[in-house]
Design a protein around this ligand. Sequence first.
Ligand code: FES
Length: 163
Amino acid sequence: MNVFQNSDYRIKDNVKIHFDGNIWKYEPELTIKIKEDIPVYTKENVHLLKALTIYLPFWDGEQKIAFFYKYDNQVIGFFNICSHIKVPLDLDDNRFFNVLGNIVCKVHGAQFCPKTGMVLSGPARSPLYKLIVQFNNSNHTLVIKGFYHESFFNSSSGDNTSL
Ligand code: FES
């Protein structure tokens, strides 16, 4: 049986993805027990922070790297795909932030908000793919319901301030 996997986490391929108009939803939602601590975003030396990375199913049927960290006691996650030309943001080192604390693409320098994934400076024009994730502290488990379509934040329904 094929699995979505990296060295630490495996997700069986019975996961389906469907688009409901705004959100790509996993069915069933993904439940991943995390072995290590999730890195905490702090302004100090955040450019050195290494995020937790996990391969997850993407809408194209492939597995893509997603990265996670804690921000204001919430777990935040994005796919490691720059919205400019759809390449990884990092240098394969799991470091996604610049000294200002923004997510930065190492290819052409676009910057994104570390909380919402919204574009702060170009050349990217669309936000990152933000995962809809909850973290259960008691059993150290990530529950991932899906992820936002990149146009979600550009639509009138997209209130990014509450995400
Ligand atoms: S590929 Fe990310 S800014 Fe161009």
